[in-house]
Each structure stands twice: as structure tokens, then as C-alpha cells.
Design a protein around this ligand. Structure first.
Ligand SMILES: [Zn+2]
Ligand SMILES: [Zn+2]
Length: 141
């Protein structure tokens, strides 16, 4: 679990146009190797903090792009409309929560402790992930 003492934690995107504050620790933390996350991050997986909406404050201009996830739910990714830094994502099936990009808090993300890897089925063999981390082929069950 994340150190509660690390919170609140605040950060800005690369151009400082978007700011985000997490008032409380995440409900859970995940790595996701789904194909959408690979494309959105430009890497093998995303590092995501599942947050209650009430614990997150975002200011500034975000753009968004919606895709249909493997589950059939609509996933909308939000990013800074100027510099493109990923900010958070929302699922149509999880209205009270959002998935915050841990990397947004660059330099202040030591609180991030992933509890599982999801979408291991599309994990890339060059993307080395802790063998001890529980893995799920798709969503965490
Ligand atoms: Zn920006
Ligand atoms: Zn994903």
C-alpha cells in the first residue's frame, strides 16, 4: 500500500498547464499491459492509481479520447491538450473512480506500489516486470 503520509500529493504536466492533486492514497495500484495502454504510454505498460473521484482535483485544459475497452466499456483517456502528458482515464463502468497516471507526478511518485499486473496476456517479453507481482490475463478478478 502507498504510504498515507505521502498524501496529499500534487503535480503538473510537462508544460504546467494542467495540475492534479491526490488528497488521499489510491484505492489500488496496477500495472496494465493492455494494447491501449501500450499505445498511450509509448511503453510496455501503464502505471495506474485507482482513485475515488472525490479524492482527485484537476485544473487546466485537458483533451480526451475514448476507446472501447476489451470489456466493452468505454474508456476515456484525458491528457494535457498542449503538451500531451497523460493525466487520467475513466471507464463508463466505474463512474465513481478514475485511473490516474502515476508518471504525472514525476519526481513525486515514490508512493506508487503496484499490487498486480493486469492484461498480462499482451505483456511484451522485453518489458521486464517483477515476477512476484500477481498477474491477471485480463482484468483483476
Ligand atoms: Zn501540459
Ligand atoms: Zn490498459
Amino acid at each position: 500500500m502507498a504510504e498515507p503520509s505521502a498524501f496529499p500529493v500534487s503535480g503538473t504536466c510537462a508544460c504546467a498547464g494542467v495540475s492534479m492533486t491526490l488528497a488521499a492514497p489510491p484505492r489500488s495500484m496496477l500495472l496494465c499491459a493492455c494494447l491501449d495502454c501500450q499505445q498511450a504510454t509509448g511503453a510496455g505498460h501503464a502505471a495506474l492509481a485507482l482513485m475515488a473521484l472525490v479524492d482527485v482535483a484537476v485544473t487546466g485544459q485537458t483533451g480526451s479520447w475514448a476507446v472501447t475497452a476489451a470489456s466493452g466499456a468505454q474508456t476515456t483517456r484525458y491528457f494535457c491538450s498542449r503538451c500531451g502528458t497523460p493525466v487520467f482515464g475513466k471507464s463508463s463502468r466505474a463512474g465513481a473512480h478514475m485511473l490516474v497516471a502515476a508518471g504525472f507526478f514525476v519526481g513525486h511518485s515514490n508512493w506508487f506500489r503496484p499490487a498486480a499486473l493486469i492484461f498480462a496476456r499482451s505483456m511484451l517479453d522485453w518489458d521486464k516486470i517483477d515476477d512476484k507481482l500477481p498477474r491477471y490475463e485480463t482484468y483483476k478478478t
